[in-house]
Design a protein around this ligand. Structure first.
Ligand SMILES: Cc1ncc(C[n+]2csc(CCOP(=O)(O)OP(=O)(O)O)c2C)c(N)n1
Ligand SMILES: [Mg+2]
Length: 553
């Protein structure tokens, strides 16, 4: 057996179940070895798409994301997706061929490249290392929640492996989220002092609010139980959207996408507890959502979160679920923020669609709010929504409801335009029982176009919504008010519906609300082709969540 096969086998034995990629000569054997061992291979049409699919797959399945690429350009094409995964602490393994011979056209310094974007570079430098290095890559990805580049030098890949292969140590293929909750990532024993302090602060708080982030996505039950005892209201960061769906105390997302009511109630808190959530500028609107008089607690596996972003008056190190359970054991139940009046207000004003607005549709363009509310009414509730970056991004994030935290996939840590479609594909592969929805701007749609064929080939019943303002709207609204010329960021109309049909999609062009009947028709049909909703949206106004973004530049 050659080294490449041994690596593939070892990863499969560790629990890898799906690999995304673009196959060239340098990753042919390792990919085939994975397939031979029973791993599902999903071919992307661009390595950037493959990396993002694996990232989204990991987020929505709780398993490790795996990508396979050719050496050199295969890796450079994957870099944006790798960076997003690294910044988001997604457990991900990128397998890449490596041309170690400097005269090769494919040669670049791959480990340095990976390290530069926050990934962990590893290399199978000798045949003896094939299995141990593959296991190390898996462990580093899962237990440290890192993106790992596993370099497979071409000459070593082709060498024979020592016979017999060492058995990979038993690494149970259970969910990554589960491993974090109870496994080695849990951060060891909790501090009695920290837990006691948090219990005490909750016992003193009249208006506590919990904000749950990425590190809390596995801990709904524990957080709801504690919040019930503490009388706390519940909110999330954007990446954990949906976590508390169904609770009468759910304020939905804190930050730029927060409803006026959520913003008011979070500002009114006298204690904010951030669970697996660093309280960055997005989640706190540059800290303006947190009262200067409020106490702030952060609970995190990683103590560096305590000093990042918004202040923490107390840091509790540990797994969110374990800390919540421990604190609940010490807390006498209290009413806290949970009055009948607040419950009634959340029922009446808790969703964006409850907030009145003036429909600005007209002149052959639809108001994006009206579009999104119309889609929210039509699309089945069991959905998984992926959102690209741009001016439009708040509309799907705020007006499309999701059933739970597995219903929203937000690959925005690197703020890259163009990842939305691939994100939806990875999420769809992870959640085959849900209707996948990709919400894209025209800019992001055209950037990620290569994967339209992947959606069709995989037979995904996806709805791709394009908010087409014929512009890089983010730039238009940023620079327009200052009188700058905007020709570089405006485009003539592109017939995205025709482009999609050419790939095998059904498509409807929406310029007024009545055209949404075409979406209803597709939903009633066999859904054997994906649907593109090409919406020509009004583009007069910049969105205020975007102004927030520009403050952060
Ligand atoms: C890869 C990448 N290139 C450029 C940018 C800068 N940028 C941010 S938003 C945006 C416009 C995106 O246009 P579109 O997808 O049509 O969304 P819109 O802003 O028009 O709603 C651009 C170019 C970026 N964030 N990422
Ligand atoms: Mg646009």
């Amino acid at each position: 057996m050659i080294v490449a096969e041994a690596v593939g086998r070892a990863l499969a034995a560790c629990g890898v179940d799906t690999v995304f990629g673009v196959v060239g000569s340098g990753n042919f054997h390792v990919t085939n070895a994975l397939v031979a061992a029973g791993v599902r291979f999903v071919a992307a049409r661009h390595e950037g798409g493959a990396a993002t699919m694996a990232d989204a797959y990991a987020r929505m399945s709780g398993r490790v994301g795996v990508v396979s690429v050719h050496q050199g350009p295969g890796l450079t094409n994957a870099l944006t997706g790798l960076t997003e995964a690294a910044k988001s602490r997604t457990p991900l393994i990128l397998l890449a061929g490596e041309a170690t011979e400097a005269r090769s056209n494919f040669h670049i310094d791959q480990p340095t490249l990976a390290a530069a974007v926050g990934a962990v570079p590893l290399r199978v430098a000798t045949p003896e290392e094939a299995v141990p290095r593959a296991v190390e890559a898996y462990r580093t990805a899962v237990e440290e929640r890192r993106a790992v580049l596993l370099n497979l030098p071409l000459d070593v890949q082709a060498d024979s492996c020592p016979d017999p292969l060492p058995e990979p140590p038993a690494t149970a293929p259970e969910s990554v989220a589960g491993r974090q909750a109870g496994g080695p990532g849990a951060g060891g024993a909790l501090s009695d002092y920290e837990v006691g302090e948090l219990a005490w602060w909750l016992a003193e708080a009249d208006r506590p609010v919990f904000i749950a982030g990425r590190g809390a996505r596995h801990a709904r039950r524990e957080l709801e139980d504690l919040a019930e005892r503490a009388g706390a209201l519940l909110a999330t960061s954007a990446v954990a959207k949906g976590l508390f769906r169904g609770s009468p105390w759910d304020l939905d997302v804190s930050g730029g996408f927060a409803t006026p009511l959520a913003a008011e109630l979070i500002r009114g808190a006298d204690l904010v507890v951030a669970w697996g959530c660093s309280l960055n500028m997005w989640t706190t609107r540059h800290v303006t959502l947190i009262s200067p008089k409020a106490r702030v607690v952060k609970v995190d596996l990683d103590a560096t979160a305590f000093t990042a972003h918004a202040r923490a008056d107390l840091g509790v190190t540990g797994d969110v679920a374990a800390v919540a359970e421990s604190v609940a054991g010490q807390l006498t139940p209290r009413r806290g923020y949970r009055s009948d009046d607040i419950a009634a207000r959340i029922r009446a004003e808790g969703r964006w669609r409850d907030v009145p607005y003036e429909d600005e549709s007209g002149g052959g363009r639809i108001d994006p709010r009206t579009l999104t509310i119309g889609l929210d009414d039509l699309l089945p509730r069991e959905r998984v929504v992926a959102v690209d970056s741009g001016n439009f991004m708040g509309y799907p994030s705020m007006f499309l409801d999701v059933p739970d935290e597995g219903g929203f996939c937000f690959t925005q840590a690197f703020q890259s335009v163009g990842l939305g479609l691939a994100t939806a594909i990875g999420a769809a592969v992870a959640q085959p029982d849900r209707l996948p929805v990709a919400a894209l701007g025209d800019g992001g749609a055209l950037m990620g176009l290569a994967e339209l064929e992947t959606v069709v080939r995989l037979g995904l019943p996806m709805v791709v919504v394009v908010y087409d303002d014929e512009a890089y709207g983010a730039e238009v609204h940023h620079f327009g008010p200052h009188g700058h010329p905007l020709d570089t960021v405006r485009f003539p109309p592109a017939d995205l519906a025709a482009i999609a049909r050419g790939h095998g999609f059904d498509a409807v062009t929406v310029t007024e609300p009545s055209h949404l009947a075409g979406v209803a028709g597709w939903l009633d049909g066999p859904r054997d082709r994906p649907l593109m909703v090409h919406a020509k949206v009004t583009g007069e106004r910049g969105s205020w969540w975007l102004e927030e973004a520009f403050k952060g530049h």
